[in-house]
Design a protein around this ligand. Structure first.
Ligand code: SF4
Ligand code: SF4
Length: 359
């Protein structure tokens, strides 16, 4: 590891408090500030790993199959030291056992996302072409690519704590929003680095420099790579009134995804109805998420309003800094204390006609 990166790691570890709250988190929570700059501006991420151009490696990569990805991600979530909260919950796990799924790079839905989400949204082929250029190799065609998508369910203690809140996110939830995201990016970086070392092009779109969340014309606040839409494409869940993904492990989670130059088969069938697991959309009165929202960002008529939600969560930065001493925003009230919090609602499962979602 280069000396600069080592020093950076030392500072980060030091600032990840283990014995007390950090002071003046607006300037001292380096991890939180860097995370926000990365999310909004696509800056400050560690350098991309370089491709190891070993002749003949593709045939030697037969072990890098679906089972390898499920096992690797599951093991990292179970044992990675960064999957843990900080003071005063030091050592508590952030995430439980994940769900993992795959989408082929030439799945027509991924091209459709340019129409559904907006023309700014990357296809796997576009983002991989950038990584190929970085390494001076030919860009692989879409059929040679796959998206690996994963869902990290938030721990029961954190969900229970947030379900007890009615105004702002709980402390564990806020830490999960920050440390959980950092863990997720670290885990993906480790996997991407490993694959590149094995001669397999791989890239995490949300830590590439062209990633930035901003207001797009006619779309509103959006990012050029939607992990949630990748998870839907991979058959891991469907959208609810709150616009979160309802999965077999619920909607209280973080999702992540990355692109690999490998052919991986999708697991399970994706429901055609993008709202298949939401009670309200399926004609069963619910709207519990609407009642949980403190600013009426969810309505019966229009479902989730991104702008109202964004304004509220942006304001929570002040609350989180003042009360929890970390630089983050978050809310999650609509994903806790609701029937879809920890699984597909029972009423849907008992009447379900849908294919069972992936592993
Ligand atoms: S709380 Fe009810 S209405 Fe809201 S997303 Fe969940 S199932 Fe749908
Ligand atoms: S995350 Fe957004 S929609 Fe959900 S409760 Fe908070 S402000 Fe409302």
């Amino acid at each position: 590891m280069p000396a600069g990166a080592f020093m950076e790691l030392l500072v980060m570890k030091h600032l990840k408090m283990v014995s007390g709250y950090r002071k003046f988190s607006y300037v001292t929570d380096v991890g939180g500030i860097m995370n926000a700059v990365g999310e909004m501006r696509g800056l400050g991420f560690p350098k991309q790993p370089l491709l190891n151009k070993i002749p003949g490696t593709p045939s030697g990569n037969a072990d890098l199959n679906e089972e390898w990805f499920v096992r690797t991600i599951t093991e990292k979530v179970a044992s990675h030291p960064d999957n843990s909260l900080e003071y005063p919950f030091f050592g508590e796990r952030i995430f439980d056992e994940p769900l993992v799924g795959f989408v082929s790079g030439d799945d027509p839905l991924l091209e459709d996302y340019k129409r559904i989400i907006g023309p700014h949204h990357f296809t796997p082929e576009e983002i991989m072409a950038w990584q190929a250029r970085n390494n001076d190799v030919a860009p692989p065609p879409a059929p040679e690519l796959s998206v690996v998508s994963f869902v990290l369910p938030i721990s029961g203690t954190t969900k229970k704590e947030n379900a007890g809140k009615t105004d702002w996110a709980s402390e564990r939830w806020a830490q999960t929003r920050l440390n959980g995201e950092i863990f997720s990016q670290t885990m993906v970086r480790e996997i991407v680095s490993y694959l590149m070392g094995r001669g397999v092009l791989a890239v995490a779109p949300d830590v590439a420099p062209m990633f930035n969340k901003k207001r797009y014309p006619r779309v509103g606040w959006a990012s050029p790579w939607s992990h949630r839409h990748m998870a839907y494409a991979a058959g891991l869940g469907t959208f609810g009134m709150h616009n979160l993904l309802i999965t077999p492990k619920g909607c209280a989670h973080r999702v992540g995804s990355f692109v690999v130059n490998l052919k991986l088969r999708p697991i399970g069938k994706r429901p055609d109805d993008i709202h298949a697991y939401c009670l309200q959309y399926q004609g069963m009165e619910c709207l519990k998420c609407m009642k949980r929202c403190p600013v009426n960002a969810i309505t019966r008529e229009h479902a989730h309003d991104k702008e109202i939600c964004y304004k509220r969560t942006a304001r929570s930065t002040v609350y989180c800094n003042k009360n929890y001493h970390i630089f983050i925003y978050g809310c999650g009230l609509c994903s806790t204390g609701v029937p879809c919090e920890s699984g597909i609602p029972q009423k849907i499962l008992s009447g379900a006609q849908h294919g069972k979602p992936g592993t």
